[in-house]
Design a protein around this ligand. Sequence first.
Ligand code: PLP
Length: 351
Amino acid sequence: MFVRPNIAGMQPYIPGEQPSGSGFVKLNTNENPYPPSPRVVRALLAEAWGALNLYPDPMADAVRDRLAKRFGLKRENFLIGNGGDDILTIVTRCLVDEHDRVACPVPTYILYRTMADLQGGEIIEVPFGEDFSLPEGLFGNEARVTFLANPNSPSGTAASVSEVKRLAESLDGVLVVDEAYADFAEENCMDLVGTLANLCVLRSFSKSFSLAGLRIGYLAGPADFVAECLKAKDSYNVNRLSIVAAATALDDYDYMLSNVEQIRQTRRFLADSLDALGFKTLPSQANFVWTRAPAPGAKAIYEDLKGRKILVRFWDSPLMNEFLRISVGKRDEIDLLLGVLGKITEAAGDD
Ligand SMILES: Cc1ncc(COP(=O)(O)O)c(C=O)c1O
């Protein structure tokens, strides 16, 4: 073996399916069903005819400055990445040495475990309780870094800002509040940035800004921590097109907000309709719902839907195998899904 033992021994992260054919109803990877702002697309076209022969700004300051203005922080509080996942890589690279601990509540975003494995760290997984409030076992843990997806995936549930603050205050290590879905939620932790030395917030342009295909995310945190993280990133980690797209998307914030409002309305409709069919749906603050499936069970329903080219997410593991995660698509996609689910559950009831 040429590779390090921890790489050879680890399970690869398996992303949700990205089908190559056409005609799929894709409700499996929490993409935004609406296109990005037309202003973003126009800016991208102009940039494509511009200076692609030149390297991009290594710091992506056009994005940092807009974020600083929007959130009342400084440019130095932001690190821009090639998607939120790049931020997770950079942060873990900075914080976690071999045998260091990485903590998170579970079930959650499985990539946190992958990040710990890559560094040869030890993952400490603390199960959420029934109601998905923050588990007491997470408070005061001794990990170098604690990852908290808030809103959480796959559950869609969120801890309050005061609970997150209490968690950060209980830790000696760093708390990364992963707010990839925060624009769909009632509150978020951005106002805590800079008030606690060990708290950072991660955000993504993939979900609320409809830019999953371009890969842009960022970290907001104390300037001294961000300065250290900057040393650990690839020098040109965000490309020219992504920088232009993110900057323009921030200039057209209202476009994002109106899509988010539409998705929240469809989310309510989806959750109510699922419950009327016998599913039990957790209260969601994200652009997806997690729902406990009635007969014939989550796995059978997932497979039946897949056979009809409707993709939702299912994990065949102990904490998750009774649930389906369904992204909030356009209303016609959700109507189609619900029609099929009605038939599947009715047929199971007849058995
Ligand atoms: C909880 C969570 N964090 C971070 C990400 C990463 O987002 P991206 O790399 O697309 O910005 C995702 C993507 O699905 C996610 O679910």
